[in-house]
Design a protein around this ligand. Structure first.
Ligand code: CTP
Length: 401
């Protein structure tokens, strides 16, 4: 969720500032880019060097840098615009009051006023300050501007008193932010099953029948679906690709039979299923226990048909939206529509081997998306990352109608 996100962290002068070192670590571990602005009083509570080391970026605290005889300007507008979102933590009563009234007497406040992105703020103060009518009014005003409050919690405070006003723990802040980001996404709460890659059908302990599928299309679909908020179960045949996302569970299989079994462990619980795997249609009837020797001059292998995984999903379909792939060399549209009908699909993605740049082992693809009403949308040649997003968008349009 946070991978690749630009996060501007504004730290103000409260004892909870020391906890922001943990927050920076968690954000960096989640793959975010973090830049930190520290107010002057915050630097009494937490060291700029610690934050610079953890965030892997210089820490800013004033408008002007005068290092080593040169003078440069910390551009608050650039910082505000760089951010995908801003977190102000801890947010002291003083800073929040200034934020609520447009006061702009430090770099943090100038960046806050320049930021166009969502701004989270995590109040932290003593319990009586937290309950004061002016604080309550400030919190309401800040939220009415669209800022998102990460509520303070109850517990022991720096004063020794017990009550409300503790800054949320860094782990809880990260969960809160992820939940918030997720809530705005179109596939939040939806579970998607995706098959990917080739399957290998064993001949003997060292040989197999396989194909050249890299799995890239399926992995890109999984990434796109997760980015749009879906929980993804990615079932992949042998592929060198990896994926790391909170919302994606990768299950690796080898043969079509294993893929079939894994699919049916999850199929009944999903809303959407996409079969992007290049499943072997046949497998050797028997698998030799020992490596086959090259003694005979002729050699043949008896093959039997694998179960069609997608067809089986179509047969068991309840409310699922099912999408298949068709790779065709002739009568493309007609063949794809035939597969859509035969397998009881909601849509089929057609790639034609006649299109240069499309298909196995390529980083690009050229597809047509055909739904069960025979509506066809043809796309330009694009990277598989872009194609995956196009496919997800076509699905989203149809599951929300
Ligand atoms: N598929 C599957 N299980 C199989 C075979 C195919 O799930 N055993 C899925 C693929 O993931 C893809 C679609 O079915 O989504 C492809 O349909 P298919 O009829 O197998 O296409 P081709 O393999 O191209 O068939 P043919 O060779 O008959 O054209």
């Amino acid at each position: 969720m946070l991978s690749g996100k630009n996060i501007l962290l504004g730290i103000t002068g409260g004892i909870a500032a020391y906890k922001t070192t943990f927050l920076v670590r968690l954000l960096i571990k989640a793959g975010a880019n973090v830049r930190v602005i520290l107010t002057n009083s915050a630097s009494s509570f937490v060291s700029p060097l610690t934050l610079a080391t953890l965030s892997k970026n210089p820490v800013h605290s004033s408008f002007v840098n005068t290092d080593e005889g040169t003078v440069s300007w910390n551009n608050h507008v650039e910082l505000g615009l760089w951010a995908d979102f801003m977190i102000i933590a801890p947010a002291t009563a003083n800073t929040m009051s200034k934020m609520a009234n447009g006061v702009c007497d430090n770099l943090l406040l100038a960046s806050y006023l320049s930021a166009k992105c969502p701004v989270f703020f995590a109040p932290a103060m003593d319990l009586d300050m937290y309950k004061h009518p002016s604080t309550i009014e400030t919190l309401d005003k800040l939220q009415s501007f669209g800022n998102i409050m990460i509520p303070a919690t109850s517990g022991e405070l720096a004063s020794g008193l017990h009550g409300e006003g503790r800054m949320a723990e860094p782990e809880d802040m990260v969960v809160f932010i992820k939940e918030y980001l997720l809530s705005g996404l179109p596939l939040k709460g939806k579970k998607i099953l995706i098959t990917a890659g080739p399957t290998y059908e064993a001949i003997d302990p060292v040989r197999f029948i396989g194909n050249h599928s890299s799995g890239l299309m399926g992995f890109e679909l999984a990434k796109a679906a997760a980015k749009l908020g879906a929980e993804v179960i990615l079932i992949s045949g042998p592929s060198h690709l990896t994926i790391s996302h909170d919302l994606v569970t990768l299950i690796r299989v080898v043969s079509a039979t294993e893929m079939y079994d894994e699919v049916h462990k999850h199929y009944s619980s999903v809303t959407i299923a996409i079969a992007a795997a290049a499943v072997a249609d046949y497998r050797p009837k028997t698998v030799a226990e020992q490596k086959i020797k090259k003694s005979a001059s002729d050699f043949s292998i008896d093959l039997i048909k694998n179960k069609d995984i997608l067809l089986s999903m179509g047969e068991l379909k309840k409310d699922q939206f099912i999408v298949g792939f068709a790779l065709e060399t002739e009568n493309e549209e007609e063949n794809a529509k035939g597969k859509l009908k035969k397998k009881n699909l909601d849509a089929i993605v057609l790639n034609s081997l006649n299109d240069t740049g499309a298909g196995f082992g390529k980083k690009t693809n050229k597809i047509s998306f055909i739904d069960k009403n025979s509506t066809i949308k043809t796309f330009e040649l694009k990277t598989k990352t872009e194609v995956a997003l196009d496919i997800m968008n076509e699905i989203i349009k149809r599951i929300h109608v």
